[in-house]
Design a protein around this ligand. Sequence first.
Ligand code: FAD
Length: 281
Amino acid sequence: MRLSFEFFPPRTKKGEASLLASANALKAEGPEFFSVTYGAGGSTRDGTRETVSKLLTDVGVPAAPHLSIGNDNEEQIRTMLDDYKARGVNRIVALRGDVPSGAVAAPRHSSNAESLVKLIRAHSGDAFHIEVAAYPEVHPDAASAEADLDFFARKVDAGADSAITQYFFNPPAYFDFIERAAARGIGIPIVPGIMPITNFEGLVRFSKNCGADIPRWLGKRLESLKDDPEGLLAFGNDVTSKVCEALVQGGAPGIHFYTLNKTGPALEVWHRLRTTCAPQA
Ligand code: FAD
């Protein structure tokens, strides 16, 4: 059972110390890797690299940088790949990336994750295990569910080794995607990405942007708890735990937690999952 935790690069020294302390605590859970996001348009290029390095050297757990083709040119990406390899990185999360807010948007499909996967394989061979993104509830840019699966298949054909999904609260969407992927002959592990629920407004805003569906009943319940942080967290942990339980019992190969650098809820959900499903950590 694969377990991984995602962080974003901290902006302050205090944030960095707190992240490393959390990562040290999470190490005891036996994660396969930590991953570190890459700010839209390369805005956290240095922060991502430094955080990955610290996780590798100070915590001693494999760390995977997210890399988006976004605003970087191919030469910059090759340089980053060489740098990561030299630092002992052996896994990369390869993405198209989102357009930075306020930026003049480039044509939506002028770059895509498929071309990044090809670039990584052409330049670095098999030096990296490549993760790509998958969208059980369909990416907002996709013309149809079928077109979305086609683009996913192209990333796999280009050399992706496994995938992490966008977060979702509807396990049937995940199983439907897995079935459709299998019917297309896609055999790589597709690990569900899980977003613990910690904040109502933030979750609604973010979900609108990334196309994650908040079921009506869940939205209504969270809205009624929005001024009760403890109640919201407790309810959110119950909901997320049930989602994870359904996923693992239905055969999901692991769980990837989007921690947003708050590891408490992810740990709570993971501990409950270990009790109910007794997966091998
Ligand atoms: P792609 O797979 O290239 O494309 C996404 C969708 O666009 C496809 O599914 C398809 O529907 C459509 N599409 C692609 N190519 C074409 C084409 N040629 N013609 C028509 N349609 C096309 N964003 C960040 O900025 N930084 C991060 O660190 C980050 N980490 C993430 C981690 C995970 C696990 C996930 C799921 C998402 C992450 N994102 C991150 C968000 C991601 O960058 C966005 O969802 C982005 O909009 C798409 O990236 P992708 O790699 O899935 O793109």
